[in-house]
Structure formats: structure tokens, C-alpha cells
Design a protein around this ligand. Structure first.
Ligand code: HEM
Ligand code: HEM
Length: 280
């Protein structure tokens, strides 16, 4: 997948989540904003209530999205399902898409009414989504192959060496490469201050490059390699810490998903027992 297609893939999924959230929010606003006790008298009560055609449908479709988003990811990651065609990295993005849109649909299914034991499933879902956002952040800190496999320390160091090699090809332009590499560790950390310092340092570097006798394209390439080296050096420093953190993270993300699944199964069985069958 080229960079452009990948960007279109990600942004279209993100836009879809935002657009659908806004659409349903506006569409049902008149219903969702009235107090629960008064909703019964609303002309579209039978449409929007959790057991109504629309509300119930959202619960079913949202749950199916989450189930599919989790199952396909586990099938590919653990059991090598369609290994040749499904890249783990893209599938994780698809997991995030389905498992973000699904919870949004379920939120509207509940019609913002969180009663009974099923509310535990709802709050577990919120916990899984929030932990997912944190997990995604840790995930990208761990260097991976194009397929999404975690790289070993040696493999990452090899990549770093090749980037430094590319930087050294520019040595004749009269910029001290070692000093540039050292600057990154001097700044250290990954907080907003460090980010700002790095941005300023790169701006400074760009200015210096303008005075050198090289083309704009070469200058852009050089800055890109410096950025890549700084990123990879930071990731190597934090690799051990991030790998441990990611292991602990799984301990939070998975059990909440399991609690949610168990309670939703009970919830669905109860509603079916009470005769709520949606359109069937
Ligand atoms: C993660 C998935 C789900 C969550 C968190 C969830 C949550 C809820 C909540 C909070 C309510 C409102 C309870 C109340 O009235 O106080 C509700 C009602 C309901 N849900 Fe779900 N739900 C989920 C999935 C489903 C699915 C898959 C179905 C159907 C197959 C379903 C069918 C219903 C029905 C029929 C009601 C109305 C029950 C009644 O009025 O007594 N739900 N759900
Ligand atoms: C209700 C929603 C969600 C459920 C039920 C869910 C469930 C799961 C499960 C069961 C796994 C474990 C797969 C494995 O065995 O490695 C997983 C992995 C993961 N999920 Fe979710 N997830 C949800 C939402 C999200 C969201 C919203 C994000 C990010 C914003 C996210 C990010 C991740 C990441 C980064 C992994 C780890 C991938 C890996 O280790 O290979 N999840 N999810």
C-alpha cells in the first residue's frame, strides 16, 4: 500500500466514525436530549428506544462490528488467517475502526440510559476503548517490520546503522553528523518540551542547509534522515520499557473485552427471552 493510499485508508475510516457520530447525534438529538421519564410520550419513542427498530438495530450492528473487528484481528495475529493478503498493521487499523464505530453505535443504542447489569458491559466497553487509545500509543513506540511484526533489538540497530550510513553520505556538505546525532540524546525525553526543542533544532538545521550548496530535494532528504535517526534512537532507548509496558497493557485491554462479551451474551439472551427480536 503506497503512503497516499494508506493515508486515504486511515482518514476515510476516521472521517466515517466522526460523520456517523455527528449524523446520528443530530438525527436523534430531539429524542436523546429529553429526560428518560418523558421519552415515552415522544412521537418517535418506538423508533429510538433501545428495543425500537432503530435503537435495537444500532445495538446489533455495533456488537457485530466489535465482534468482527476483534475476531478477524485475533484470527490473523494468532492463527495466521489469510496471512498472504492481510497485513497485521492494516488489520489493526481496521480493528480500531470497527471497535470505535461499534461502541459509538452502542452508545446510541443505550439512548444514554445506563441501567441494569448491562451497564457494566457498557462501562467495560468504555474502558476497552480508552485503554485501546493508550495501547495504540505504546504500540507505535515499538519498532516493527512492514508486516507489523515486532523487530528485535539487533534488527532495529541495523536499521539505525543504515540511516546513519545515509546521513554520512552527506558529510561533504560540511555538517557535523555526530554532533547532530548527539543533539538528540542531549534533548532527551519525549514530552512536549523535548518535542518543541527538536522542532526548533530542525528549523535551525534547515536554515543552515539553505546556506549550503545543495538542492532543495537533497536538503529535504537530509532533514528526513535526521528525523528518522532521532526517532529510532529514542525508540531504542525506550524499547525495553515499552515492551514491558505493552505486556502489562494487554492485561488491561483483554479482560475488559472479556467481561463485556460475557455480559453482552447474557444481555442478549435476556432480551430474546423477553421477546425482543428486532425485525425477525
Ligand atoms: C456492547 C453491547 C451492548 C451494550 C453495552 C448494551 C447496553 C444496553 C443498555 C445500557 C440498555 C438500556 C437498559 C435500560 O433500559 O436501562 C440496553 C437495552 C436493550 N438492549 Fe442492549 N446493549 C448491547 C448490545 C445489544 C444487542 C446485541 C442486543 C440485541 C441482540 C441488545 C438488545 C437490547 C434491547 C432489546 C434492549 C431494551 C431492553 C428493555 O427495554 O427492557 N443490546 N442495552
Ligand atoms: C470495544 C472495543 C474493543 C475491543 C472489544 C477490543 C478488543 C481487543 C482484543 C481482544 C485484543 C487482543 C488481541 C490479541 O490477542 O493480541 C485487542 C488488541 C488491540 N487493540 Fe483493541 N479492542 C477494542 C477497541 C480498541 C480501540 C478503540 C483501540 C485503539 C484506539 C484498540 C487498540 C488495540 C491495540 C493497539 C491492540 C494490540 C495489538 C497487538 O498487540 O497486536 N482497541 N483489542
Amino acid at each position: 500500500m503506497s503512503k497516499l493510499i494508506h493515508a486515504i485508508y486511515i482518514y476515510s475510516m476516521a472521517l466515517m466514525v466522526i460523520a456517523i457520530t455527528i449524523f446520528i447525534g443530530l438525527y436523534g438529538y430531539a429524542y436523546y436530549q429529553i429526560p428518560v421519564q418523558e421519552r415515552f410520550y415522544h412521537p418517535h419513542y418506538d423508533w429510538f428506544k433501545p428495543s425500537g427498530i432503530f435503537g435495537h438495530g444500532l445495538g446489533i450492528i455495533g456488537t457485530l462490528m466489535i465482534l468482527f473487528g476483534v475476531m478477524i484481528y485475533i484470527a490473523r495475529k494468532k492463527y495466521g488467517f489469510m496471512e498472504k493478503y492481510l497485513r497485521l498493521k492494516y488489520l489493526l487499523e481496521f480493528h480500531i475502526f470497527l471497535c470505535s464505530l461499534g461502541p459509538v453505535l452502542i452508545l446510541f443504542h443505550t439512548s444514554f440510559k445506563f441501567g441494569g447489569i448491562v451497564s457494566i458491559a457498557f462501562w467495560s466497553m468504555v474502558a476497552v476503548v480508552l485503554s485501546g487509545i493508550i495501547g495504540r500509543f505504546i504500540y507505535i513506540q515499538i519498532p516493527r517490520s512492514i508486516e507489523g511484526r515486532e523487530l528485535s533489538l539487533n534488527e532495529v540497530k541495523e536499521t539505525q546503522k543504515s540511516i546513519i550510513g545515509k546521513l554520512k553520505d552527506f558529510e561533504q556538505i560540511g555538517i557535523d553528523i555526530e554532533q547532530l546525532i548527539g543533539l538528540n540524546s542531549q534533548i532527551g525525553g519525549m514530552g512536549p518540551v523535548a518535542y518543541l526543542k527538536r522542532t526548533l533544532a530542525l528549523m535551525d538545521l534547515k536554515k543552515k542547509l539553505e546556506q549550503k550548496n545543495i538542492s532543495k530535494k537533497q536538503s529535504r532528504q537530509f532533514v528526513e534522515f535526521v528525523k528518522q535517526e532521532w526517532i529510532i534512537a529514542g525508540r531504542i532507548n525506550r524499547l525495553n520499557q515499552m515492551q514491558k509496558l505493552f505486556k502489562y497493557w494487554h492485561v488491561a485491554h483483554k479482560p475488559f473485552a472479556l467481561i463485556m462479551l460475557v455480559i453482552v451474551v447474557i444481555h442478549v439472551l435476556i432480551t430474546v427471552a423477553f421477546g425482543y427480536k428486532w425485525i425477525w
